[in-house]
Design a protein around this ligand. Structure first.
Ligand code: ADP
Ligand code: MG
Length: 256
């Protein structure tokens, strides 16, 4: 049976009088890879910050494993706009990943040799162990994103939330990063919420699509998206089937 890892129920959110999210409801199941897509300003970052407990749940409810928790500690987060061009920022890769481990520690917050092993293991898994002693500011954008992914993964989270992680990356590096996420999702069953404004590239990797436009315009599989009349009205025939690219070439149930 599918496990409901996260359930968002009738969630609304305002900045002052400005309503950003309107009555959002959906359920995330273990092993899902969800592409959270929508135009600029449609509330994507706000939605994931509420799920992470960084903004309060003002109206509606959010459940984790059927319980309400203020700050879920089993979600790793890679925030929007984190790449640094600061060449003299002094922290090394190893130290940055260690900071991810620190948040889950109780006082006194000290590292032991077991922690070093955990750090080394995640660096190896993400194929950046050779960068451990390097300063973050000296790395390429793609390498930096892997380091931040390692920091988000070091506590072995059940869920990873990534907010536009590839927007500053070159196409080839972006592809590598997406493939790495896919591997984590498939091999380790890490549940993924990937925020992006690029519906086309999300369609290649995610198994579900959440289309946000302040309200929840669509939530479901790409096959459902492909067959949704509402989405035909929303995007028009051509764009709808460009987005659900898996179903092009005759596999789609209705005419193009
Ligand atoms: P997205 O991530 O989809 O681009 P956001 O969730 O960042 O959208 O923003 C949704 C809306 O909320 C936008 O209109 C934005 O201007 C507004 N907004 C975002 N953050 C704040 C804030 N801290 N204070 C006031 N308004 C905000
Ligand atoms: Mg955003």
């Amino acid at each position: 049976m599918a496990e409901n890892l996260i359930e968002v129920s009738n969630l609304s959110f305002k900045f002052g009088k400005h309503e950003v999210l309107q009555n959002i409801s959906f359920t995330v199941q273990k092993g899902d890879y969800i592409g959270v897509v929508g135009p600029n300003g449609s509330g994507k970052s706000t939605l994931v910050k509420i799920i992470l407990g960084l903004y309060p749940v003002a109206a509606g409810r959010v459940f984790f494993n059927n319980k309400e928790v203020a700050r879920p500690n089993f979600i790793g987060y890679l925030p929007q706009k984190t790449i640094t061009n600061d060449k003299i920022f002094p922290a090394t890769v190893g130290e940055i990943v260690a900071m991810g481990l620190l948040v889950s520690k109780k006082e006194p917050r000290l590292f032991n040799s077991w922690d070093q092993q955990i750090i080394d293991r995640i660096l190896q898994k993400l194929k950046i162990f050779d960068l451990k002693e390097k300063r973050i500011g000296n790395l390429s954008g793609g390498q930096q994103q892997r380091v931040l992914l390692a920091r988000a993964m070091v506590n072995n989270p059940q869920v990873l939330v990534l907010d536009e992680p590839t927007s500053a990356l070159d196409p080839q590096i972006r592809e590598d990063f997406y493939n790495l996420l896919k591997e984590l999702n498939e091999k380790e069953r890490v549940t993924i919420l990937l925020v992006s404004h690029d519906i086309g590239s999300v369609g290649k990797y995610a198994n579900k699509l959440l289309y946000l436009d302040r309200e929840l315009a669509f939530y479901g599989t790409f096959e459902e998206f492909c067959n949704s009349r509402k989405m035909t009205e929303y995007f028009g025939h051509i764009s709808q089937h460009q987005f659900c690219w898996r179903h092009v070439n005759g596999k789609c149930n209705h005419d193009h």
